[in-house]
Design a protein around this ligand. Sequence first.
Ligand SMILES: C[S@@+](CC[C@H](N)C(=O)[O-])C[C@H]1O[C@@H](n2cnc3c(N)ncnc32)[C@H](O)[C@@H]1O
Length: 297
Amino acid sequence: MAGASIESLRHLSDDADYYVTALDLYNRESRRVQRICEWVDGNLHAMATSMDVTLQKEDSFSVLSVGAGDGIVDHRILGHLRDSAHPQLRAVILEPDSHMMQQYQDLVSKESTKLQGVDLDWRQQTFQEFQATAKEDDKFHFISCINSLYYCGDLEKSLKFLYEKLDSGGLLLITILSAEGGLGKLWQHLSNTSISQRQFTSCYLQETCKKQNIPIAEMQKISIQCDISPCFDHQLSQDGNTLLDFLTHTVNFAQNAPAEYRDDVLRFLGSPECSVRGSGGKVILDASNVAVLIRKQ
Ligand SMILES: C[S@@+](CC[C@H](N)C(=O)[O-])C[C@H]1O[C@@H](n2cnc3c(N)ncnc32)[C@H](O)[C@@H]1O
């Protein structure tokens, strides 16, 4: 397929099994999950206690987790909410991938005491499917979208729906690639191509919120770095290939992208715009996220 057009490249999330493999590798190399968990541990308590939510004794605090994945981050958020916001919690867990949902369920059984009293409503479905069937008066006190909003379709529509689904005093927490980080800049660099129109960053999120009069209460940077040296090896290893596929969100990018386009992407990825040189000439990509907090008045 060498020399194929950019338009014919396959988006990573259109190959569900390969997406999971590539995400696992990226998570390992970047320690993304650990960084976000550290942020959650440092901030969730204050966030939960700052919420102005009125609940009767018999009411549950309701949570929606969008694209919860294997649950490592999302179940930690639930634990903090249970400890700090309300002991009686009901959580709808949206995750379309059966393998990841199973991993989340295994984690909950393994750490059963951590989520005691939490009523988990597992939905193996996409956000779009949930959106199509959601009841109008079903509202949530807390909604989390941890690196999942990219996959939920039209951003304007998703944000409008999520904001409407927040109960009064509720909080929407979104983590997304920072437009100022190297990976965010790469996604913006790619954004003129049809393959990557689904890959937006904090900048587009801010613009979309402004357009819809959705007030952003706070934005906090979560620093994440990833050693991407294997993406520049002359003879790409399997890991180098898979990592490059995750970064570009393209299946078999090195083999299938037109040569000129591939070289431009690699040049930009290795440039100071995106990366720094670490010890032994390692190429270290800034893949920082931003945590965006939206409060419903
Ligand atoms: C980058 S992972 C994040 C997973 C988890 N929240 C975390 O931070 O570790 C993106 C998640 O979104 C899920 N996803 C993909 N398409 C989706 C959709 N249309 N609706 C909801 N979730 C989706 C994926 O299966 C995956 O679990």
